[in-house]
Design a protein. Sequence first.
Length: 256
Amino acid sequence: MNGFDVQQHPEEVRKIIGVVNGGMGLPARLTGREVLQSFAGLYGMTEGQTKARIAELDQRLDLGRTLDVKAGEYSTGMKQKVVIARAVIHDPAVLVLDEAASGLDIFARRTLLDFVAQTRAPGRLTLYSTHVMSEAEEVCDRVAILHQGQLVRVGSIPAILQETGESNLERAFFALLRGGDAHAVDRGRHQRRRGTDAHLRGEGRQGQDVGPGNAAVQHVAADDDALIVDRAAAPADGQRVEQCLRRVFVPPVAGV
């Protein structure tokens, strides 16, 4: 990550990365200012640096009253603003936003998108994950289009629009799928899963104990969403064995 090995230098990686997703919470008893101050302390920022950074983020994210109101009283939009401010309090070079606009009202969403656009600068990277193509079109220089866990296309937005002959990214997405990319993705997924099935049976691993109840894998099949694992050899205590889709094996996503 930015020249640091994530296993050998985890502390250095934490200093240069910020992460936001749509499900992050805040301590209900703390105000926004207290949340930001506590995280600034974790990153080794001085009191003066913290005060200046909070003032800057107040202007850029329109934090306003969220700074001095307890998080337990926040609306969804107020909470997300503080979550974003918390993630960037240390001014990270790498920012990961995973569905960060999910659930936001139109005003909070606009503040978020404007902030992301302002983070563009040499030596910085923002990874913005979204299902809303208009958001990606507004704030991203390059896009990676995923369909059913497979990478369909990577490139600049103008290049993808030119390739598909469409006027916006959402239409380009569907054009790529109609053009055969979706069928190629489906074939790749099913071939990979059949290979997994053959590997498990061909290596003689049918009798290997797996998952709760020490049930044995007898067969691995595939549907559109997950692996279906049929188990046999119920546990000795007679406890029911669940048809659990993901506890035994999750296949790697090729090309991502």
